[in-house]
Design a binder for this molecule. Structure first.
Ligand code: ADP
Ligand code: MG
Length: 638
């Protein structure tokens, strides 16, 4: 047999690279070192793009965004021990977001295991908690098999992170080429559809809704369901609410988008259809008081356990006069109780919607275990969102129907949107300096290219920014996500930039960062400049985490004492010139304090396609959100 007698040898590194290439891996993010450098070089030789980052955490965030944007996993390549441990943050984040990701970690040599080898660590075990699949191939011959399985596991079912461990001695080991069999490229996930009877029930629940609401999550974006969902919205004139990364599946400026009346829509909807969004903290668990309470809730309000006034409240809840009297007593209660009581009271005396209605949820998801979490749904549709939405459309099409555009529900929503938008606009028009968040975001929105990616993180920066900055395209918003992770922004922006360069050249990535959020991965600015990526970083700088101090207060504070004794934990150095991080590497930096400077620097940044920029925008250190209907909105991600 001629083939078996062939002398040609191949290294473990090359086998890994070829296995990745065969599985259509396009991008690797990582930091090289012992023992993975050869893998990166071999991958590049096969035409896989390699982006060297400055911290494994950011590399892993970047690789995970590739999975969300392209439906095939990006790879994060890291060294053993600490390298892998730094990547755990990115794996956890990907898994929480249900995004595909493949992490490849070098590990210590097999014959030194348990001896205290260089960077020895139980990596496969460590990754199990953060992944769907975590394994080490038993031999070089097994590498293509394990890599195919990892890629497949990352995209089939509910997407998530996978880990493949490569012992150092595999990398340079030479084996006979003919001993290696590469697995075929694994196919895209099979499309599953919902049961016909469930589709019929869902259609009838929707038809009978008095106050319907569609919630569009990032699962719908990942499923590429934009065409079918837009049709559902438009054909039946249904109000929809995108979650943060569900923004853009149907454009934010669509007349049926009720994002600007979010609280109102959630609070009074009687039928909610969830498309790829979990009823977790982002959607307030689907529970009262953010949603219609069912009667039981009023009888057993756990959060007011043992509070005497609440007993009174439930006893007398139909009595308006009693409510008003209780209202006047609010002042003497503790702050948290006061707010809960007020909200409850307001809900019950707020006119036509005062009757408790049991809401009917319909959930569409690919993950069966997700269905029914926190709230018992009226109907569950298990399957691929795009396919299931098409099933729903077919069913609804059978009988002519549309939700009446002149309904009271639409009127309520429109009025609320109008007043909320007016309140933000008023704040935005304030001329006082330093600027507030709204002024900054209105000016940014004015110049935002329609097809840009918006990446955003930070507490107030992300929360307020989301309400003003519009998305017109699906999968064009990346933010702190399900895990509420700070530090993702620069990695996500880098991933979006490399994808945009390959697939839609000319698109900008606008990365809107709080000053604190920027700090987590700030050195990735060097990565951005090294690859000259089309990224504009906006650092919305309030000198701190949530809030900071102005320079004068800062100086006063430090006059007599050691900083560690007096500086509040949320403070960062006032007036920091973050733009110099960008100029240090040859990009453009701007320090802006007025709306005019902001407008000008943005115009210049967008006009210059040859360089990335960073605009450091000084805002009022004590600036906050506009007054909220619910006090817990002031610190939630929503
Ligand atoms: P959001 O943060 O926007 O609310 P989540 O991450 O909570 O979104 O929810 C996304 C949901 O979408 C997950 O439950 C996931 O299982 C589901 N999902 C992901 N891809 C698909 C798909 N192709 N078809 C159906 N459901 C999907
Ligand atoms: Mg800040």
């Amino acid at each position: 047999n001629f083939a078996e007698r062939s002398e040609e040898q191949v290294s473990g590194a090359k086998v890994i690279a070829q296995a990745l290439k065969t599985q259509d891996v396009e991008y690797i993010f990582g930091i090289v070192g012992i023992p993975v450098t050869e893998i990166a070089i071999a991958a590049q030789q096969l035409g896989i793009k390699y982006i060297g980052m400055r911290n494994e955490q950011a590399a892993c965030y970047a690789a995970s965004a590739i999975g969300y944007l392209t439906s095939r996993p990006g790879v994060c390549l890291v060294v053993s021990g600490p390298g892998l441990i730094h990547a755990l943050g990115g794996m956890a984040n990907a898994n929480m977001n249900c995004w595909p990701l493949l992490v490849i970690g070098g590990s210590s040599e097999r014959n030194q295991e348990t001896m205290g080898a260089f960077q020895e660590f139980p990596q496969v075990e460590a990754c199990r908690l953060y992944t769907k699949f975590s394994a080490r191939p038993s031999s070089i011959e097994a590498i293509p098999f394990v890599i195919e399985k990892a890629v497949r596991s990352s995209i089939y079912g509910r997407p998530g992170a996978c880990y493949v461990d490569i012992p150092a001695d595999f990398v340079n080991l030479q084996v006979n080429v003919n001993s290696i069999k590469y697995m075929e490229r694994c196919m895209s996930p099979p499309i599953s559809m919902a049961e016909t009877s469930a589709v019929c029930t869902a259609a009838s629940v929707i038809r009978n809704a008095k106050q319907p609401l569609l919630i569009i999550g990032k699962g719908a974006a990942y499923a590429h369901a934009e065409e079918s969902i837009k049709k559902l919205v438009e054909q039946y004139k249904l109000p929809f609410l995108p979650t943060p990364m569900g923004k853009g599946v149907v454009p934010d400026n669509h007349p049926y988008c009720v994002g600007a009346a979010r609280s109102r829509a959630l609070q009074f909807a009687d039928v909610i259809v969830l498309f790829g969004a979990r009823l977790n903290w982002i959607l307030h668990f689907g529970l009262p008081p953010r949603y219609q309470p069912d009667v039981k809730f009023i009888q057993k309000p756990s959060f007011v356990h043992g509070h005497p006034d609440m007993e009174l409240l439930s006893k007398w809840r139909s009595n308006r006069a009693m409510f008003l009297e209780l209202f006047s007593k609010c002042g003497s209660l503790g702050q948290a109780h006061q707010h809960h009581l007020r909200n409850l009271l307001e809900m019950h005396i707020s006119g036509p919607y005062a009757r408790p209605i049991k809401i009917k949820n319909s959930e569409v998801d690919i993950c069966a275990e997700e269905l029914g979490n926190n709230v018992k749904p009226a109907v569950t549709l298990l399957g691929n969102i795009h396919a299931v939405t098409k099933q729903l459309l077919e069913e609804l099409d059978k009988t002519p129907w549309q939700y009446p555009p002149e309904s009271k529900w639409w009127k309520t929503l429109r009025e609320k949107m109008k007043s909320n938008e007016a309140a933000s606009k008023e704040l935005a028009s304030k001329k006082s300096l330093p600027m507030n968040y709204y002024t900054v975001f209105y000016h940014v929105q004015e110049q935002l290219p329609r097809d840009c990616f918006v990446v955003s993180e930070g507490a107030n920066t992300m929360d307020i920014g989301r309400t003003v900055l519009q998305n017109y395209l699906p999968r064009h918003r990346l933010d702190a996500g399900t895990f509420g992770t700070m530090g993702v922004g620069l990695g996500f922006a880098i991933a979006a930039a490399v994808v945009a360069k390959d697939r839609s050249p000319g698109q900008w990535i606008i990365c809107v960062e709080g000053d604190s959020a920027f700090g987590f991965s700030g050195m990735e600015v060097e990565t951005i400049c090294r690859y000259n990526l089309p990224i504009i970083l906006l650092v919305v700088n309030n000198n701190g985490i949530y809030q900071g101090f102005d320079t004068d207060t800062w100086k006063e504070m430090l006059k007599f004492q050691d900083a560690t004794a007096v500086v509040p934990p949320m403070c960062l150095l006032p007036n920091s010139h973050y733009e110099q991080v960008m100029t240090a590497f040859g990009g453009k930096g701007y320090f802006v304090q007025t709306p005019e400077e902001l407008q000008k620097s943005l115009r210049q940044s967008l006009a210059d396609t040859t360089k990335p920029s960073l605009i450091n925008i000084m805002i009022e250190p004590q600036a906050t959100r506009k007054a909220q209907d619910f006090h817990w909105l002031t610190r939630s991600n929503m």
